[in-house]
Design a protein around this ligand. Structure first.
Ligand code: ATP
Length: 244
């Protein structure tokens, strides 16, 4: 079943149209990757799904309901969480306060146990829980941005460039957490995994971890399919995987 469905989406900034009619689906339980060069419009698409950039035409549905004009805070309540490009954690709040902010729409009593889960995924966050977010390293801030998004217990986790500028060991750790969440969700139940929409410039990472992928060029989807097929596609290999 389709969890996120984007149809013929157009959006942009001021006089500039960046997305010229994007269609994309994320099914329940999938990791979907969007790859593309700098400036292709990947971040703009994610920001449009999250309600931060207005839709000019086309539609976005989540879990069967239209979210084309939905406010961001409502989207969080509906089950969409976005870890934005460049981390954008709250630098003057502590790690713990950042994580608590991620749960601000929740009214259940599992917030404390979810905090413990975040510390299991990313033990360094527990060690640094009383430290200000802005004093963390880039990799630690990325972990915090993902963990903060997870604290809303999303059905769909949106990740923008989670590997950007990070050391290979940290990237590996983050990818493993994403894989685990996709398999079993936050309750550790097989078959109840979280769906993920992932934007990455590192096409290797993105296609290796995802089930399906889309290639975006200048605001248009030019290719899509199972990630294993895209990894073998000559055009993808030449343009994004560094093959000669
Ligand atoms: P990157 O990987 O560099 O973030 P991207 O594929 O995510 O690339 P976008 O960040 O969505 O691409 O940018 C698409 C286009 O929109 C670019 O030409 C960019 O300059 C422009 N753009 C992005 N944000 C804004 C903004 N706030 N105001 C005006 N133009 C913008």
């Amino acid at each position: 079943m389709s969890l996120l469905s984007i149809q013929d989406l157009k959006a942009g900034y001021g006089l500039i149209e960046v997305l010229h009619g994007i269609s994309l689906e994320v099914h329940e339980g999938e990791i979907v990757a969007v790859i593309g060069a700098n400036g292709a419009g990947k971040t703009t698409m994610l920001m449009t799904v999250s309600g931060c950039v207005p839709v000019r035409s086309g539609s976005i549905h989540f879990n069967g309901a239209s979210i084309t004009k939905q406010a961001t805070c409502k989207l969080v309540q509906m089950g969409i969480a976005h870890a934005p490009e460049g981390r954008k954690i709250f630098p003057r709040l502590t790690v713990l306060e950042n994580l608590q902010m991620g749960a601000f729409t929740r009214k259940d009593n599992q917030i404390t146990s979810d905090l413990q889960k975040m510390y299991q995924y990313f033990p360094i966050l527990e060690e640094r829980k009383h430290q200000l977010g802005g004093t963390l390293s880039g990799g630690q801030q990325q972990m915090l941005a993902i963990a903060r998004a997870l604290m809303s217990r999303p059905k769909l986790l949106i990740l923008d460039e989670p590997s950007l500028g990070l050391a290979p060991m940290i990237v590996k750790q983050i990818l493993e957490v994403i894989r685990e969440l996709n398999k079993t969700g936050m309750n550790g139940e097989v078959g109840k995994g979280m769906s993920v929409l992932l934007v990455e410039q590192n096409a290797h990472h993105a296609l290796e971890i995802s089930h399906r992928g889309y290639v975006m060029e200048s605001g248009r989807i030019t290719l899509s399919g199972p990630s294993q097929d895209l990894l073998k596609d000559k055009r993808v290999q030449e343009a994004y995987l560094g093959f000669e």
